[in-house]
Design a protein around this ligand. Structure first.
Ligand code: FAD
Ligand code: AMP
Length: 483
């Protein structure tokens, strides 16, 4: 096969593999280079999301939730289970099988769409050329009309808690824990820290999250974040805000433990000892060894590849998508950018709507958001109306014993157009997607209010929150009474 392509994608995470498939669908001769290897040392597609991110974390969240629910909740339904035990190794093994099925699936999709999968490392040279070093170390230069960089991100490590692959690990290591740690520390109470902390809290670990910031989930609507903190604390997560970790020391001969030093919320030095410590302090763009000095691609001041709204870099014919560029580090954001770029390369005028990207934390209950928060609207000086519907007033939520949380809908005070929706509650991820679709079509709160919702569903909480925006909710007292 000739080494001349229309499109070469570097990285096969959700941004890269989706871009490659869409480009091939559009008739472009496409190759995708991926450096990641699986536990057997074989090249594997799917990136962070499928291998060490979204999917394996959700597999562990689902397993641990079932265990916890069986232990704590089934009795209230009149189901007697007797003693319940969890086999952590089996839970991790199941997760591995799911990852394998999905990553094999990408290989199948590449084949059926005619994408050439190349395992090894890609480096961008000048003039739309890509140096490809395969997993045996052989190097060749590939020519292409377009390059799509989709090299993603990596966990940030901090010198105060250096990873050792055993007692101090990052999110990737945390997906391979095969024995329940009695005492688990998590640095960073962000999205990933909360998800991984929840897994082990449900399994039975005593989990402490140390978070440097004063606000909990500062990017979320703060009313929802407050409710979340209350619910998680009730679940047993020990979330300590304004606590910055300053040092850590591994101690012990046989069974090791980690002593963490941190500055507590009063500014005093404090210590806590853990069997394992997970460092979840964020992710950084992955650009090591990627760009030759004369590639012509610029980075921004935070190290992300600099792109415009259409994901074009400043080198002609070179695009970049996903976690390696600005914007939220979310799989679906990267995938949509991948589609946009493939279609633009094929001559279409595709644009992406960055204002409507749902964002979910897969705790139980889930937290999900789309659009703007009340804090953002206040700061922008926009006048708005809010409608809130608590799940405790939902018949379906009550039947399911899932009454924590609420749907909060925000609409423009003048036009009634929906500006944001923030949910903590059962199936929040799927509920918020309904509002995302409505927002994409420019819906008002009244439009949702006039839509017929099936009964009894959790979705009725979305309906009622939309009605509440204008004081028309039926199943709760309205804060604003309007005709
Ligand atoms: P990646 O998925 O990081 O893929 C990039 C790929 O490029 C990697 O496989 C890498 O090996 C490869 N690569 C890098 N450099 C080179 C090179 N020079 N040559 C060849 N290959 C290269 N997001 C969500 O939306 N929902 C979630 O529930 C969610 N949960 C998460 C849970 C965890 C624990 C983590 C860590 C992340 C989670 N994320 C979630 C974030 C999500 O995984 C990322 O946003 C997403 O994977 C980014 O996709 P990407 O394609 O840009 O990059
Ligand atoms: P996220 O960006 O959602 O993954 O969250 C990472 C969190 O880690 C942020 O809320 C940071 O404030 C927090 N963080 C970063 N460094 C430290 C530290 N040394 N001690 C405690 N928390 C930290």
């Amino acid at each position: 096969m000739s080494d001349q392509y229309d499109v070469i994608v570097i990285g096969s995470g959700p941004a890269g593999y989706v871009a490659a498939i869409r480009a091939a669908q559009l008739g472009l001769k496409t190759a995708c280079i991926e450096k990641l290897k699986n536990n057997e040392g074989k090249g594997v597609n799917g990136g962070t999301c499928l291998n060490v991110g979204c999917i394996p974390s959700k597999a562990l969240l689902d397993s641990s939730h079932k265990y916890h629910e069986t232990k704590q909740d089934l009795a209230s339904h009149g189901i007697n289970t007797g003693d319940v035990a969890i086999d952590v190794k089996a839970m991790i093994g199941r997760k591995g099988k799911i990852v394998k099925q999905l990553t094999d699936g990408i290989a199948g999709l590449f084949k059926s769409n005619g994408v050439t999968a190349l395992f090894g490392t890609g480096k961008l040279l000048a003039g739309r050329q890509v140096e490809y070093t395969d997993n045996d170390g052989k190097t060749k230069v590939l020519s292409t009309e377009n390059v799509i960089i989709a090299t993603g991100s990596q966990p940030i490590d901090i010198p105060v808690a250096p990873l050792n692959g055993d007692t101090i690990i990052d999110s990737t290591g945390a997906l391979e824990i095969t024995e329940m740690p009695e005492r688990l520390g998590v640095i960073g109470a962000g999205v990933i820290g909360l998800e991984l902390g929840s897994v082990w809290n449900r399994v039975g670990s005593k989990v402490v999250l140390l978070e440097a910031m004063d606000d909990f989930l500062s990017m979320m609507d703060q009313q929802i974040a407050k409710e979340a903190k209350k619910v998680f604390t009730k679940q047993g997560l020990d979330i300590r805000l304004s606590c910055r970790v300053t040092a850590s020391e591994v101690k012990g001969r046989g069974k090791k433990e980690v002593v963490v030093t941190y500055q507590d919320s009063d500014g005093n030095e404090a210590h806590e000892t853990f069997d394992k410590l997970i460092v979840c302090v964020g992710r950084r763009p992955y650009t090591e060894g990627l760009l030759a000095p004369d590639s012509g691609v610029n980075l921004d001041e935070r190290g992300f590849i600099f792109v415009n709204d259409q994901c074009a870099t400043n080198a002609p014919g070179v695009w970049a998508v996903g976690d390696v560029v600005r914007g939220p580090m979310l799989a679906h954001k990267g995938s949509e950018e991948g589609v946009m770029v493939a279609e633009r390369i094929a001559g279409q005028k595709t644009q992406m709507n960055y204002d409507i990207i749902p964002n979910v934390i897969y705790t139980h209950p889930e937290i999900a958001a789309v659009g703007q928060t009340e804090e953002q609207l206040k700061q922008a000086g926009v006048s708005y109306n809010v409608g809130i519907f608590p799940f405790v007033a939902s018949g379906r939520a009550l039947a399911a014993n899932e009454t924590d949380g609420m749907v909060k809908m925000i609409a423009d005070a003048e036009t009634d157009r929906i500006l944001g929706c923030h949910i903590i509650g059962p199936s929040a991820a799927d509920l918020v997607q309904q509002v995302a679709i409505a927002m994409e079509f420019g819906s008002s709160a009244e439009d949702i209010g006039m839509t017929v919702f099936g009964h009894p569903t959790l979705s009725e909480a979305v309906h009622e929150a939309a009605l509440a925006v204008n004081g028309h909710a039926i199943h709760i007292p309205n804060r604003k009474k309007r005709k």
